[in-house]
Design a protein around this ligand. Structure first.
Ligand code: FMN
Length: 188
């Protein structure tokens, strides 16, 4: 497949279709190296990655369910079950964390964008190696208690939970916007 074909065919594989095996340690390191190969204004490297794998996935899920229960003692069992399983679908979840440098001449938006690119490179890299991947967020990406659980500093934000594993089924194609709907000419 040419690089052009690869890019034009890329798609996410839903996390429920991501099974064993996941990437081994050397492959995770290679993926992180690739994630760092993104445009980065000011060479701030405004990203880092947290691996959630093995037993840690269930443990994190239990803590999410506990947070949901603490916030709403009447939370339905289905919601708690969903939280318990959030990190348990794929063998590996890489949390993409934006490390924002406040007050820098490179605006925080640009730093966040670079972190988004790092997440996207993880998706592309995983797919290039024959894995499937999906970028998920959900409430845990925006919750101060989850940030504390994951050890984030005050200047850090969760950008993505990138779930990675071996596809047990095909990715799901979806309609894509037509370039004609997206592209306009600027004229003076
Ligand atoms: C910032 C961001 C957050 C996302 N969060 C979720 C999510 O929480 N749940 C979900 O089903 N899809 C989420 N998605 C969408 C999927 O990652 C993916 O784009 C979608 O399943 C379509 O797949 P595609 O990559 O093949 O276009 C998110 C995408 C982005 C860019």
């Amino acid at each position: 497949m040419t690089p052009w074909d690869f890019l034009n065919r890329r798609l996410s594989v839903p996390s429920r279709l991501l099974g064993e095996p996941g990437p081994d340690d050397a492959t995770v390191e290679a993926l992180v190296r690739l994630a760092a190969r993104v445009p980065d204004h000011g060479r701030l490297a405004p990203w880092r990655f947290i691996r959630v794998a093995g037993d840690a996935r269930q443990a994190l899920g239990e803590r999410l369910a506990a947070l949901t229960k603490a916030g709403d003692p009447e939370a339905p069992d289905a919601a708690l079950e969903k939280d318990r399983g959030r990190f348990n679908r794929a063998p590996l979840v890489l949390v993409v964390v934006a490390r924002l440098v406040p007050g820098h001449k490179v605006p925080e938006l640009e730093q966040l964008l670079s972190a988004g690119l790092a997440a996207y490179n993880l998706l592309l890299g995983a797919e290039a190696l024959g894995f499937g991947a999906q970028w998920l967020t959900g409430w845990p990406a925006y919750d101060a208690e989850v940030a504390r659980l994951l050890g984030l500093a005050a200047n850090e934000r969760i950008v993505a939970f990138v779930h990675i594993g071996t596809p047990t089924g095909p990715g799901i194609e979806r309609p894509r916007p037509e370039p004609s709907e997206l592209l306009a000419d600027w004229r003076p």
